[in-house]
Structure formats: structure tokens, C-alpha cells
Design a binder for this molecule. Sequence first.
Ligand code: PLP
Length: 394
Amino acid sequence: MTNDPKFDRLHSELIARHDRHLYRRTRTTDSAQQPHMHIDGKPMLVFCSNDYLGLANHPDVIHAMQVAANTYGVGSGAAHLVSGHSRPHQQLEEALAAFTGRERALLFSTGYMANLGVANALLSSRNDVVYADRLNHASLVDAGLLSGAKLIRYPHNDTSSLGKRLLAQEEDNNVTQLILTDGVFSMDGDVAPVGKLAVMAREHDAWLMVDDAHGIGVLGKNGAGLLEAEGLGQSDVPILMGTLGKALGTAGAFVAGSHELIEYLIQTARTWIYTTAQPPAIAAATLTSLQLAQTEHWRREHLQALIRQFRLGASQLGLPLMPSDTPIQPILIGSSEQALLLSQQLAEAGILVTAIRPPTVPVDTARLRVTFSAAHSSADVDTLLAALETHFRP
Ligand SMILES: Cc1ncc(COP(=O)(O)O)c(C=O)c1O
């Protein structure tokens, strides 16, 4: 403890968070990302990873990374516009464009940076307006806030409320409007009404950006995400953001769209320009995981079977599930204290499911965010259901 009075406020804030059951802490893992892990010195069955397709520890992906590291070394050494843009980066951008059916794609080091970069590049004045779903991921909220534009948060998936707020094109031609939405909502697992949003965006001459961090790899026939599943192309949704650190099992993110959009981002997106490119070996590993995600359809099929098994079993137990068909299957608890308690009880039984509490989710909607991976077995789901039956108290 320091005697510096500046730290007093930090100290009391930490205590207050603890008292409100909102304190967070890291756990240290000693194994690769997979259902059965070694965490904080003990074996755990994990249901909170975003490695939805089970590719983070795939031997082919690891091999691709090792081979590329032998050629390209570890660090990229510089930003993309300097000397950091390697052949694997270029190949991955081309592969991601083809995968998503867009003209071009641009790699970012993280999804958080991609969201900030796009909003800040497109919006330039305080007259510009960002419309954001109230349950959007924090990185989209911050993208709107930091853009300096007016931020309007509309009720979750409420397109009629959004429609009342959007400016008609003829009202002010100088105002740029940007609608931001998660594709699959990260803490809820439900999906945005992207078809409707695309029509509204076109009618109001607004940009539409879909953050499909949790849909890429998981949804759509070939795993190209929610927009593939809904049949929406580049003219419907001009800005698609996807992350590589979830279903694709590596790290980083991309924005896909028209040639002009990508060229504009290259000139203006500060979170892309002023940062070191991701390591080339990560891009090489992602090329392999992308290939696996596209061709190994059994991963998505198995995942869907696990989701059905869990939802059936959980509803028989009377667990408060949320309306989700995706691998994100939250159990709504309400109080942070109860959510934390259940998470701790499960951890003692060797099952890791994190309690998600405010401010990540709205007050009084704390939950256990259960997620599934194609690497889980049906027996793993049975183990989870048995533990929930023992510990869940309505
Ligand atoms: C919906 C959504 N968007 C963006 C991000 C940020 O992506 P990254 O982890 O690559 O920064 C996340 C989670 O991390 C997310 O859930």
C-alpha cells in the first residue's frame, strides 16, 4: 500500500467494487485453449471460451504458425504502411474478402481497434450521428463515444425506435449517419435484425456496420457469419467487421467492404495506421484456420447439436435461458452476488463458467455466460447440466 493520497480514491473504488460483487480478477491457465484445461493449478471443464470451432489449438494451425515464424520471424517490426505488411497478411486479406463475399478486407490488430478505427474514420463532425444498439459490445460503444459524433443508443433490436430517430436523407445532406450493431450479441447470443437494418440504412442514406465477432465461423453455410446466413452482400451491409480471435482461433480482426471503403480506411483509420501490424505468423495461422472453418462443416453441425442438447436439458431443469440459437447460451440470474456464487460453486466442482456482471451487462441482469465449442463432447454438456442441477437455486 502506498501513502500517496492520489491512490486513496483508487483504493476506495476497489473496495466498493468488491462490496458490490463486481470485483474482477484474472485466472492463469497452464494449458492450451480447449474444453479441458489446467487453470489456477487445477483441472477445469471450461464453458466460457470463444473458441467456438475448437481451432485455437488445432495441430494444422499451430504448424502453419511455426512454419511462418521460421520464414518471417516473430514480430512484424512496423505498421502496415511502413514495412510491416507481409505476404501472409496480404494473402489473408484476400482470403477474407473472398470468404465474406466483399471486394476487399483490411486486417486490424484487434476487433476493438477495428471498431474504433472505422467510426473515427467515417465520422468527422459533431453533427454526425451514430446509432448504436443498447446491448452492443463495449468496443462499439466506445467507437461511437470517441468518434465525437452524437451517440444515440436505441433499445435492443428495436428497429421502429431506430426508424423514428434516423434523419431523412433530405433533412441534412452534410450529416453522416452510422448504424452500429453486433451481429450476434456477445453477452446475449441473439442476433440483430440485419435484413431490416439494411433496408432502413439504405432508405435513410446511413452507413450500416455489423460487428460479427461471434457470427464469423459459426453462422452461415460456409461459416461466413450472420450476413451469409441472411444472404446480405456488400451493397446491403457496406461495413462488416469480424474478429479472428474467436471462432477462427487466432488473434486480430478485419473490416471487409468495397474497394473505396478499404482505401479510405488505409488513408484515415488511425488505429490501423499508427500501430504495429500483427505478427505475420498469426496471419499464416489464420489462413489455415480459415480453410478449416470453411471446409469442416462438421464443426458447425456438432456445435448446433451441443446447443440443442444443452437447451433441452436446461429447460427440463427450469433454468432461465435466453432466446439464443448460437453457442452463447446465457443463464440469466439477475443479482451479481447470486451469479458470482453460482459461478464459484461450479468452479469448485471443476467447471468454469464466468459470471458476467454490470457494467458489461445492464444492472440486475447478471448472468452465467455459457459458451460451447465444437471441441466439447456431448458428455461434457451432460457434466455441465448435472452440476447446474446440483447448484442452481431459482
Ligand atoms: C462483439 C465484439 N466486438 C469486438 C470485440 C473485440 O474484439 P477483440 O477481442 O479482437 O479486440 C469483441 C470481444 O472481444 C466482441 O465480443
